[in-house]
Design a protein around this ligand. Sequence first.
Ligand code: SAM
Length: 133
Amino acid sequence: MNSSSSSSRRRRRRRRKERVRWIQHYNNGQKILLVGEGDFSFSACLARAFGSAVNMVATSLHSQELLKVKHWTSEAELQTLERLGCLILHEVGVNEMGNHPTLSRMKFDVVIFNFPHAGHFPGFCERDEELIG
Ligand SMILES: C[S@@+](CC[C@H](N)C(=O)[O-])C[C@H]1O[C@@H](n2cnc3c(N)ncnc32)[C@H](O)[C@@H]1O
């Protein structure tokens, strides 16, 4: 194999890596903040589809300890996210995240809060505004 064919192969590989990947509304060039993740399966799915999570910050309202109890499946998802370079933050409340020591220094192109739901409270039903995070 001569050096010009191997260098053109390297260029092709680099171009493939640099290609923007769109998944519905999101692409791998956007800085994406995920808020209110449950078991982190959505973040992990997006990261796998992008092949990288270096542009993603995935957050949960819960502490690491509580997350293990509430969502035992989160462990595998968190491993995937870590492997793909995601920044993972726990105990992030959507209403206070503007004062978060790490998040307040960052800028994002997209903020995703899927199915924002504050839990079940007596006297409220699912569509009551008070329950939306
Ligand atoms: C119905 S679950 C949806 C979980 C996840 N976003 C998904 O789509 O699979 C609602 C989530 O909102 C989170 N949540 C509720 N109130 C919140 C708040 N004030 N700040 C951040 N997250 C909140 C809960 O911890 C829970 O994980």
